[in-house]
Ligand binder design. Structure first.
Ligand code: TYD
Length: 153
């Protein structure tokens, strides 16, 4: 099973969209294996958004991401990184397809409601940044036979 990080950004919390967004991942069949609320700071954003440090919008991005707490969650499923990324929609929410999270709840490149890991490698790195081993919960998945075929992985 693959694991991926979703961050419900401050805008999702302030706009009362947390339940709605989490519900989408639950209904899709993904398994929630870790979740916490945290106020992000510049130090962690410098690492998380290191690839964007030289962009002119970086300071605005960081003020948006620290404007209120975020909800961090780890979702598990076969090819979860790809599945969750597709559910989020394109970075610029104005181009995001209706039916995606950004396409339904956002109108901005910056204020686009969610962060989702963009590769399996980055998902591992990001999850290690925000979660430690004891944050993960092990519990049975009795519905897996109704979500996946025996040969799927
Ligand atoms: P990026 O990693 O390119 O996209 P994504 O979140 O879809 O993986 O960018 C990270 C965040 O940076 C993005 O969610 C919002 C912000 N951002 C802007 O504010 N303006 C922009 O033009 C871009 C490309 C990103």
């Amino acid at each position: 099973m693959e694991r991926t990080l979703v961050i419900l950004k401050p805008g999702a919390l302030q706009r009362g969209l947390v339940g709605e967004i989490i519900s989408r991942f639950e209904k899709r069949g993904l398994k929630l294996v870790a979740m916490k609320m945290r106020q992000l700071d510049q130090e962690i954003l410098d690492k998380h958004y290191a690839h964007l440090k030289d962009k002119p919008f970086f300071p605005w991005l960081c003020s948006g991401m620290t404007a209120a707490p975020v909800i961090l969650c780890c979702w598990e499923g076969f090819e979860a990184v790809k599945v969750v990324r597709a559910m989020a929609g394109t970075t610029n929410a104005r181009n995001a397809a209706p039916g995606t999270i950004r396409g339904d709840y956002a109108l901005s490149s910056q204020e686009n409601v969610v962060h989702t890991s963009d590769s399996v490698e980055n998902a591992k790195e990001e999850l290690d940044r925000f979660f430690s081993a004891e944050d993960y919960c092990e519990y049975p998945s009795p519905l897996n036979q109704f979500l996946y075929a025996p040969d799927e992985k």
